[in-house]
Design a protein around this ligand. Structure first.
Ligand code: BGC
Length: 440
């Protein structure tokens, strides 16, 4: 019987990632609270509500969970609408709560990474046009300055904008996130403003804290042509270019090149100290003339890949290797800032986790260094337009009682974090079906 262990590099960051709107609860002053209140926007009419009640202080018990489970890092986001509830108003008390959270991480010897925008804005920002209005770059810069001034003694890893590609697509093409528009041209304009806001944040943060490391958190999705046909290859290529490459390219060399138009955002060049990759799944792309809404393509999951509970994610661990190889072209150190699966019964998660980490280990051992891994997520949270229908937590959440229910994957991930590796024993215990692949 094989008994090996695949060890990760010394000092590797092991954590989970969370986002304010998804865990904090008790917010009625941002775009998501307003969106959730509209009929038909969220599956089952769900609302974030109390969420995991971090605003009520339950972050303490959840940080305890994470730290006793061997995690040495945590990625969280701070909420613009709490810190700047009105254009001319700063809420020092809200900033102090975030300060306490970051001190809480320090006390538990966990490295914090802070995201400054994770899909939500104050309502007053949306009222003046939100991301469609170029004025947002100055406004965001002001919020970043205020927040970083207050929080920089406790944090040096910053992500100005989470998944600008998913945000622009979901809010301005698919109409699933507020403001619910369906306009590709507008989405590309918004993406341009997101690049500008990232660049502004980068410069503000470095001015305040020269030793800071400011990165991105890009949702990388594997897109492979469904067949050998040229049109499928063209379609997959267009998806790669626009969804995966556009933003990280712009913050690397200032080029903002669309398939049919070259453009530049010079102030964005060189504004990425690390590339954060959120990797969940990969798709096959088939050209479809009848699908202009979906950029003339039909996406599907590779045949035979195990699907998550709601069919949202396919288990495609090879994509983790592809993601890192892809990320290398941008020349910045890499961190996996999200990866996980919806699975309330924890049927697929142990296998998904082990196979993705094994893929990560393999690519790292081929001399493609990655600094850390943040699992999505610690405790079940509010999953945007899918409401509470999807459960991504290592711990489950009972919404009625706020009780946390440990899933087997919480123990598995704790063993991984403590060992700094994945062993044959773990695979045998938690996902024996992966033995032939992982320990042949
Ligand atoms: C987002 C998270 C989200 C996760 C799972 C990512 O795209 O950054 O906020 O919860 O996917 O849906």
């Amino acid at each position: 019987m094989p008994k090996g262990t695949y060890y990760f590099t010394k000092g590797f960051l092991w954590g989970t990632a969370t986002a304010a709107q998804q865990v904090e609860g008790r917010n009625d002053n941002n775009t998501w609270a307003a969106w959730e209140a509209q009929e038909g926007r969220i599956q089952g009419g769900d609302r974030a509500g109390l969420a995991c009640d971090w605003w009520g202080g339950r972050w303490r018990e959840d940080f305890d969970r994470a730290s006793t489970a061997g995690q040495n890092a945590h990625r969280l986001s701070i909420e613009w609408s709490r810190i700047q509830p009105a254009p001319d108003m700063w809420d020092e008390e809200a900033l102090d709560r975030y300060r306490q959270m970051l001190i809480g991480l320090q006390e538990r010897k966990m490295t914090p990474m802070v995201t400054l925008h994770h899909f939500s804005e104050p309502i007053w920002v949306a009222d003046i046009g939100g991301w469609e209005n170029p004025a947002i770059i100055d406004l965001f810069g002001g919020f970043v300055r205020k927040s970083v001034q207050a929080l920089m003694p406790y944090c040096r890893l910053w992500v100005p904008i989470n998944e600008p590609n998913v945000f622009a697509l979901s809010a301005y093409v698919a109409g699933l996130f507020p403001p619910g528009k369906k306009d590709l041209k507008l989405a590309l304009m918004v993406l341009r403003h997101l690049v500008g806001a990232h660049a502004r944040a980068y410069h503000v943060i470095h001015e305040l804290q020269p030793e800071a490391r400011v990165g991105t958190s890009i949702h990388y999705r594997g897109f492979t042509p469904a067949t050998w046909l040229g049109v499928d290859r063209l379609a997959a290529n267009a998806y790669n270019r626009v969804f995966n490459d556009l933003f990280p390219q712009a913050v690397t060399d200032g080029q903002f090149d669309l398939p049919f138009k070259k453009d530049q955002i010079p102030e964005a060049a060189g504004t990425q100290d690390f590339l954060g990759i959120n990797y969940y799944t990969s798709s096959h792309v088939r050209f479809d003339l009848l699908a202009p809404k979906d950029l003339f393509a039909h996406l599907s999951y590779p045949e035979g890949a195990a699907l998550s509970e709601t069919g949202f994610i396919a288990n495609t661990p090879q994509g983790m290797i592809d993601a890192v190889l892809w990320g290398e072209q941008f020349g910045a150190p890499m961190i996996i800032t999200e990866n996980g699966v919806d699975d309330s019964d924890d049927v697929l998660r142990p296998q998904y986790l082990l196979e993705h980490l094994h893929a990560l280990w393999r690519v790292m051992n081929d001399n493609h260094p990655v600094e850390g891994y943040f699992h999505w997520t610690l405790v079940d949270n509010f999953e945007w337009e899918r409401g509470w229908s999807q459960r991504f937590g290592l711990w489950g959440l009972d919404l009625e009682t706020q009780a946390r229910v440990r899933r087997p994957s919480a123990d598995l991930y704790a063993e991984i974090c403590r060992t700094n590796g994945i062993s044959a024993d773990m695979v045998e215990k938690y996902a024996p079906q992966s033995m032939p692949n992982l320990f042949p």
